[in-house]
Design a protein around this ligand. Structure first.
Ligand code: TXA
Ligand code: MG
Length: 336
């Protein structure tokens, strides 16, 4: 069922969640696939619908900061400062969990990830449901996250009860995750709030070194989701990173070498190529973040077999874009 954002639709969606069903909904980052965070049976359905490994925990979405006290066991001064600064917003905080959260939500971990989205439709849905909503991104496991309702429909038709169509997501990449359950807050996933913004509130905050590298066999990252294949379109993606003039020369050569395949280029400028399917990510990293997942899905729709993605770090969103691009490319990165 496709629902709008009118009052009746939101009420209906809230009832589906409270009754144990699954509803996909827009947030400012990406679409989420929501279930009542208090119902183990519904949360299990999320893992089934996505084909998600059961050791990968979910984020719990709230629409009132005071709910954090109910969901968590302790909250340091630094965590409180981050919450005060970035909630509501594209930000997720990890804290020691309370007994209110079933183990299925947190995949057995003793911490819980909490997020208070800024998107009004998301907030209205959480209030209508009357419970916190556990929600991963609403894509099939391993696919690019959905930033439009039709992406959710493509992946999830027949697997969920409803999707609320709230248009395109503004941020386009997922929330920034900070683990604030220890003494020093650690940035586990770069996203809609930049590292610079985090440091302006907690200068000691550090970045998890796994953000830009691949994990070794059997290695267990702090953020379980990091070890899985991610954001991967059908097309084989290669990132060409560095000075833009050099990147264009390199991609020109690669296009010639791959002339027998359907090639695509994800650019950071107007069209600089003539022998490929060209999609523009955006001139700023902020714009690139907004468009990235939709472009990856679009290449697949157009039957593109290999994609070369230009990338240059230009602003605070660079880290988030790079992290998603490296994963989409399974670490195939050429530095120029
Ligand atoms: O913007 C977002 O955060 C979106 C929207 C829907 O809110 N949600 C999202 O959820 O991206 P998901 O499930 O696709 O990504 C959540 C990530 C996973 O990598 C998971 O392993 C990690 O958060 N995570 C969840 N709980 C955790 C915990 N207690 N400790 C460490 N990592 C955790
Ligand atoms: Mg996801």
């Amino acid at each position: 069922m496709i629902l709008g954002t009118d009052e009746r639709s939101i009420e209906k969606a809230g009832k589906i969640i409270a009754g144990g069903g699954l509803v996909a909904f827009p947030t400012e980052t990406v679409y989420g696939l929501g279930a009542s965070a208090f119902r183990e049976d519904s949360v299990k359905k999320i893992y089934e619908a996505k084909g998600r490994p059961s050791d990968n925990p979910l984020i719990v979405h709230i629409a009132d900061v005071t709910d954090i006290d109910r969901l968590t066991a302790e909250c340091s001064e630094k965590a409180r400062a981050l919450i005060e600064a970035f909630m509501p917003g594209p930000f997720t905080v990890i804290l020691k969990k309370s007994g209110a959260i079933p183990d299925t939500v947190t995949a057995g971990m003793d911490t819980v990830a909490v997020r208070y989205p800024e998107n009004e439709t998301a907030q209205r849905l959480i209030r209508a449901a009357g419970v916190p909503i556990a929600a991963p991104s609403a894509n099939l496991s391993g696919k690019p996250s959905p930033t439009e309702a039709r992406h959710v429909i493509d992946d999830m038709t027949g697997r969920i009860d409803a999707v609320i169509d709230g248009g395109s997501c503004d941020v386009g990449v997922e929330s920034t995750i900070v683990d604030a359950s220890g003494v020093i807050p650690v940035l586990l996933r770069p996203g809609g709030i930049t590292y610079e913004q985090i440091k302006s509130v907690v200068p000691e905050a550090v970045i998890d070194p796994n953000i830009l590298r691949s994990l070794d066999e059997g290695e267990r990252p702090r953020c379980p989701g990091m070890k899985y294949k991610h954001y991967a379109p059908e097309a084989e993606v290669t990132v060409v990173e560095g000075d833009m003039a050099a990147a264009r020369r390199k991609i020109g050569e690669l296009l010639e070498e791959n002339a027998d395949k359907v090639c695509g280029v994800l650019t950071m400028s107007e069209n600089a190529y003539d022998s490929a399917v060209i999609l523009c990510g955006g001139k700023t990293n902020r714009e690139y973040a907004r468009n990235l997942f939709a472009m990856l899905r679009e290449f697949d729709r157009l039957g593109v077999e290999v994609v070369f993605a230009e990338f240059e770090e230009r602003d605070g969103y660079g880290l988030a874009v790079r992290n998603r691009l490296y994963k989409a490319a399974a670490q195939r990165v050429i530095h120029v």
